[in-house]
Every structure is written in C-alpha cells, then in structure tokens.
Design a protein around this ligand. Sequence first.
Ligand code: DLL
Length: 447
Amino acid sequence: MNTVTALSTGAAPFQPESAPDYLPAAILRELQLGRLRSIVERAWSAVPLHRSRMKERGIEPGDLQSLEDIAALPFTTKADLRDTYPFGLFASPMQDIVRLHASSGTTGKPIVVAYTREDVDVWTSVMVRSFATCGLHAGDIVQNAYGYGLFTGGLGAHYGAEGLGATVIPISGGNTDRQIMVMRDFGVTAICSTPSYFLHLVERAGQLGVDIRALPLRAGVFGAEPWTASMRKRIESASGIQAFDIYGLSEIIGPGVAVECPHQDGLHIFEDHFYPEIVDPETGRALPEGEEGELVLTTLSKLAMPMIRYRTRDITALMPGVCPCGRSLRRMRRIGRRSDDMLIVRGVNVFPSQVEAALLEVEGTLPHYQIILTCEQGLDQIEVQVEVTPEMFSDQIGVLERLNQRISDSLEHVLGIRAQVTLVEPLTIQRSEGKARRVIDRRTVQP
Ligand code: DLL
C-alpha cells in the first residue's frame, strides 16, 4: 500500500492535524482515484444491479484510468433503491452490517441504507470534521435536536459530537419547552437541528421569557432542509449565534457530506470520501465548474452500500477558487432547491426557495410560511400564507394592507406571477420538529 492509499479512512481516532482537509490537490486526486477504483470493483463484484448497468455500457472497473473516466459510469437513482427494496444494493453480507437507517419518501416504501463498522467510523470521522470546521471543539456542550431513529440526523450528529470530545445531550426533536429548559440549565454552547425548528425554539423561548442571546449558546449546525441566506440572517439576528449549514443525505451516508466553515461562503465537501460532479438535470451531461446543475455523488469508501454516481436531485454549483480558511476541499453553493421541488403554476416555474427569499425581503414578516396550491375552474391558484410579527399584527388594518401589498409585489417581482397573500397571526402555521412542510398541493386531490 503506498502512502496515499494508506491515509486515514476515518477508522483511526480523530487527530485534527491528520485531517485530510488540507491535502494538496494532486495528492487528494490520487487518493480519490485509488478509492474510486476499489469501490467500483466492489460494486461490480457484489451488486448485480451495478454490474449489469456497467456491462450495458460496455465498461469494466479496470477501464478507470483517471478521475475523468467516472463520466463513463452509469448513474444510480432513487428509483434503483426503491426497485431493489429493501437490501438489493448491499455489497456486504448481513453479518458485516452493523446499522440500518431508512428515509421515508413522499410515496410508498422508504429507502433503506446500510453501514458496516468501518462505514460508521467513516461517518463519525466526517461528522467530527464537520463540527470542527464549524469551530466546535472538546468542551462544547452540544444539544442534539435532530431526530433519533431511522432518520440519519440524530445518530450521525451524536457520534460526531462524541467523537470530537464534546458533551452530547441526545434530546432529539420535539418537546420545545424542555429543549429551552435544557439549553439554559445545562449551559449549552452549540445546537444541531433543522433551521426551521431552531427558529421555532427561539420564538418559544421569547414567549417563555428566556433570552437566547444571554445564554452561552454560540453556534448552530443546521441542515436536512433547504434554507436561504435571508433565513440565516433572521436566525443569526434573532439568536445572536453563528448559523452553519450542513448537508448530507441518507443514500450517501447521512449528514456530513459537506459543511460550512466560519467564512460561510459555500460548503466544503469531504472529497476524500464523496466525489462530486455537477450535471445537467435534463441531459445528465457533466457541467463545468461554477455552473449550476444537479449534484451527483459517488461514495469513495462506503463498503456496505457503495453508491456510484448517485443523482441527488439537489441543485448547486461547485465553486471555483480556494477558501480563505485554507482547506483544499472544494466548496459547493448552498442547496437552494431540488430539481423535483419545482412547482408549475399557470405554466410558470416556482421554487419554494424563491418564495422564502421574496417574503424575507419584507420587514414585518416572520420566516414561517406555507405555499398552498389549488385549482379553481381549471386555473391554478397559488396562495402564500405568511406569519407577521406580533407588533405588526396588533396594528391597524391599514398597516396590514400595506404589508400585504409589499409582499405581493415582492413575490410578483421574484416569481413573475401574482400570488394571493394571506397574513396570519404568529404561531398559526404548524411547526415541525424535523423538516418543515412548506408546500401543500391540493391540485391533484379530487373533491
Ligand atoms: O436530511 C441528512 C441530514 C441530517 C443532513 C441532518 C443534514 C443534517 P435525508 O433525510 O435523506 O437526509 O434527506 C436528504 O435533504 O437530498 C436535500 O434535498 C435535503 N438537505 C439535507 N441537508 C440540506 C441542506 C438528511 N443543508 C435531503 N440544505 C437532501 C438543503 C438539504 N437541503
């Protein structure tokens, strides 16, 4: 084994100075190619679906001479996971699999993902590196409000925070009043949750007379759902903490695929374990650096379930240039949307993230909203319900009317169509303990 392939796979205990975040690009590429070759070999020999797809394309693992050759490999999609439910893409025998997680889709059966002991160690190591990238360290007290269970958020963050040497509070999602009590009484310094749930928590703390700004809490590691830059501003100004974006998905490993550093300008991808490509979501053709498209990820070290060119449906771009933090890991822009969350309203393409950005431009709104689609006499109707601040709500009717007008104008400016805006009282829109439900599409439901 040469020095490159002998580099830590994540199984060794974490030592910050050995983190591969700062590897020279050429060494990183060599490491990636070595790992790519062996993972493709593994997928070929252990997973019939991968082998038959490669054969269909006339490609064998030995054909991979350079990283660019990855483009010749077939894609894997969520449909492949569904079609082989539950264990059809596993490359390890069950006795080597120490953990299963599952992610529920919008329809039918969940998709199931598997980990060997080594996979759990790699996952822990990328989560340790994620937290370290956000400036967390041993001695931090981490409130882990991601859900524990089949969802990867809870256990992924738990192992990572423990691996870092922090004190973990495995509180899981929900029971907001208890979360606030624990945060205050236990001297919590960092929190993990979805961004929407943290906002709810801050709001509830206000009602209970707890000033989050006066607590030792200084950082939040938020992900599992899209959130905009304006949402970050709202979170940071409401709580006084620094809010970091963390990205991941069950199919690849869970949280810990990419994360922001304190410069908060793109998410560093842990490229020694996950190889990113950006493709045109329509044609599947590779796009050059800097161009926006669908993120495709290949796992470079996952044993139980290697993923070859997985179509994430998440839309982003790889950013050119190096980050001032000095990490050589490439960055991707925050995920604003998925290729499959586009709503077509009266022929116009609408993304929930555009609605969020347009709403938060307007002072007097709260970042709690819902988009409701209906069909009246064959015509699509879009309604945006948005909560307004308590100060606004207690004001006279004229003020509310002007606010409504400003929001409608802002939405029309961004979306290109007019939406019906409904201002609702604070706390009217249902809060989620996990991923927020932003869209209710009633168009397909028969009366
Ligand atoms: O949400 C894993 C995770 C847990 C990530 C905790 C971060 C923190 P899934 O449930 O499989 O896994 O959902 C994955 O969620 O394809 C994205 O569409 C979305 N997503 C995850 N993180 C972000 C993020 C977890 N930071 C799907 N920004 C992904 C935008 C995100 N979208």
